[in-house]
Design a binder for this molecule. Structure first.
Ligand code: WT7
Length: 648
């Protein structure tokens, strides 16, 4: 990114100091940065002691064959024991591990002692079905407590799980089952979505006509709906688990034993099976959950709204929180069922203190209106987290004001499926936060921004985000494809991990994420980030959400085209469109003024809430719209096209 255009971009000057009370009692203080930079490996060796090891590791990092890392390689541990049994042994068996809230309003709370019994029964059931250490198990479940139990049961016996998001199609499931050569699938009859039971099992039946090697399908009964049944292959979860012992002796697995594979949706090419292993992964998931959310396990109630099918659900619903003995809420359904205040009703009901959600959700709440959260008592909230994409400053401010009562610190956490755990984030008791910036690499993590040649850029400049040292929860490879692992992440800049995100460093050296590098626009020779133009638009009081793309243009190379959703009650007029263009010009400089603004009712998003700019580029460039199979709602492109004037 050229410095000249950067100087104009995003002059965000608001600053928020941590609340004094939180800072005084914070889990992690500023000293952690210094300690970790003096002795990075010593720092991680110390964090590994948060876990109970059956065999304590004497080695920290083995980087003798880069980029293939081994962490704590001579240590042995059982991940499920660390997440469950040890808390029971430490006298915390009666603490609630999970408050499950079903979409129809059913709820159930499981203590750590009950969770231990259920995990042991499920582990014994897997063994009865012939699953052993090293086998792969595919999990395709709704957001119910059994998803956590199933994951931990696999971890306990050393079977590598591959969770496939419940919203994915039969084909997507089939290719993932095939790639991982899964032996068992765990699914449910269905789950509740938007007020109705939605079937899951038929997708597995269809997937198994295309993928082979699966011996059994274990089926959780959630909705009670009728489902097809294959005798001999299909087994009811409740039947097989009920007859198992609640005792199971955890085996100590190697620190580098494969814990899970998680496929990244990948905008191009075959999905990548990201492989994570045990000891290093759990160390960083637990440490970051403790540090970034300031978790006090005996008083906090934590809620991460992600689905278990994404890495956020793995690291910050299952492994991090449970390793730390947290009490957490799990919610099955959608935020607007049966009404748009459902999230806030849940926060109130369980007195949630730490909330972790995504910018896409926050912008949706903004769109629905301030009066909705205002109806609920949200005073229990003390730390707010954000993840998944850059959070626009205005959404950040809205989150702080309307959800955090103007005082809860926001931690904007940057990380990826590949990184396994949070890498860049403020610390709630330490950092003076800046709306829209993830700010600084966590203690023990080394990140920077480089230019095309791999030279570190000075403060005030932009380029590519890279990670310069290996970290404990890093991916170990792409399942079955070491070469693709090297090519994708370690070849663009020698010796450094290429994240694929654009970023800039501000005058203080704080990091601002600018979106995927594929999304950066080149207008009259200037690199302009889609994120910054979107944030400028969302900063206007009439705009709820926006997505910006670069469309090829004969004169400027690319021209900025913005798709905009207006806030409730605002009507579209030619004057408003002109005003929005002028607003971007004033905020970012004339070069960033969109050539066109298209007012729409919806934006195309993947199931994890990321905007699919590629499809909008198709519209902006007047092409037929490309592959829409990974959209959360496949009809949205038709709606958008119908809303736009034919000649534009
Ligand atoms: C990509 C990774 C990390 C779990 C959920 C997504 C974007 C993620 C942030 C953030 C700016 C962010 C990046 C990253 N991203 N968090 N706080 N600020 N961008 O995992 O599906 O693997 O996506 O999400 O572009 O590379 P994922």
């Amino acid at each position: 990114m050229s410095n000249e255009s950067l100087a104009n971009l995003l002059r965000e000057e608001r600053r928020f100091a941590p609340p004094a009370e939180l800072a005084a009692a914070a889990n992690v203080t500023a000293a952690a940065y210094a300690q970790a930079s003096e002795d990075r490996l010593g720092f991680w060796a110390e964090q590994a002691r948060r876990l109970d090891w059956a065999v304590e590791p004497t080695q920290t990092l083995d980087w003798s064959n880069p980029p293939f890392a081994k962490w704590f390689a001579d240590g042995r541990l059982n991940v499920a024991y660390n997440c469950v049994d040890r808390h029971v042994e430490n006298g915390l068996g009666d603490r609630v591990a999970i408050h499950f809230e079903g979409e129809p309003g059913d709820s159930r709370s499981l203590t750590y002692a009950q969770l231990k019994d259920e995990v042991c029964q499920a582990a014994n059931a897997l063994l009865e079905l012939g699953v052993t250490k090293g086998d792969r198990v595919a999990i395709y479940l709704p957001m119910i407590a059994e998803a956590v139990v199933a994951i931990l049961a696999c971890a306990r016996i050393g079977a590598t799980h591959s969770v496939v998001f419940g919203g994915f199609s039969a084909d997507a499931v089939a290719s993932r089952i095939q790639d991982a050569k899964a032996k068992l699938v765990i699914t449910a009859d269905g789950g509740y979505r938007r007020g109705k039971p939605s079937a899951l099992k038929p997708a597995i039946d269809e997937a198994l006509t295309k993928a082979d090697g699966v011996e059994h399908v274990l089926v959780v009964r959630r909705t009670g709906q009728d489902i097809p049944w294959t005798q001999g292959r299909d087994v009811w979860w409740h039947e097989i688990t009920a007859r198992q012992s609640t005792q199971h002796t955890p085996e100590a697995h190697e620190a580098e034993h494969p814990l899970f594979i998680l496929y990244t949706s990948g905008t191009t090419g075959k999905p990548k099976g990201i492989l994570h292993t045990s000891g290093g992964y759990l160390t960083q998931a637990a440490y970051t959950h403790h540090a970034v959310f300031d978790l006090k396990p005996d008083t906090d109630v934590y809620w991460c709204t992600a689905d278990i099918g994404w890495v956020t659900g793995h690291s910050y619903i299952v492994y991090g929180p449970l390793a730390n003995g947290a009490t957490q809420v799990i919610y099955e359904g959608t935020p607007d069922t049966p009404h748009q205040g459902r999230f806030w009703e849940i926060v109130h009901k369980y007195r949630v203190t730490i909330l972790y959600t995504a910018p896409t959700a926050i912008r949706t709440f903004m769109k629905w209106g301030d009066d909705i959260p205002a109806k609920f008592d949200l005073s229990s909230l003390r730390v707010l987290g954000s993840v998944g994409e850059p959070i626009n400053p205005e959404a950040w401010i809205w989150y702080r004001e309307h959800i955090g009562a103007g005082k809860a610190p926001i931690v904007d956490t940057w990380w990826q499926t590949e990184t396994g755990a949070i890498m860049i984030s403020p610390l709630p008791g330490v950092t003076e936060t800046k709306p829209g910036s993830a700010q600084r690499a966590l203690p023990g993590i080394a990140a920077t921004v480089v230019d095309d040649n791999g030279t570190e850029v000075p403060n005030g400049s932009g380029g590519y985000l890279v990670l310069t040292e290996p970290w404990p929860s890093m991916l170990r490879t792409i399942w079955g494809d070491d070469q693709r692992y090297i090519d994708t992440y370690w070849s663009r800049f020698a010796g450094r991990y290429f994240a694929g995100d654009g970023a800039k460093k501000d005058e203080d050296g704080d990091i601002w994420l600018l979106g995927r590098v594929d999304d950066v626009m080149l207008v009259s020779g200037h690199n302009i980030s889609t994120t910054e133009v979107e944030s400028a638009l969302v900063g206007h009081s009439s705009v709820a959400e926006s997505a910006v793309v670069g469309a090829s243009d004969a004169t400027t190379g690319q021209a900025i085209v913005a798709f905009v959703i207006l806030r409730g009650g605002v009507t579209e007029t030619p004057e408003l469109v002109e005003e929005l263009r002028a607003h971007v010009g004033r905020t970012l400089g004339p070069i960033a003024k969109p050539k066109q603004i298209k007012i729409v009712g919806e934006l195309p998003k993947t199931r994890s809430g990321k905007i699919m700019r590629r499809l909008l580029r198709d519209i902006a460039e007047g092409r037929e719209v490309g592959d829409t199979t990974t959209l959360a709602d496949s009809t949205v492109m038709t709606h958008i096209q119908a809303q736009l004037p034919a000649t534009d």
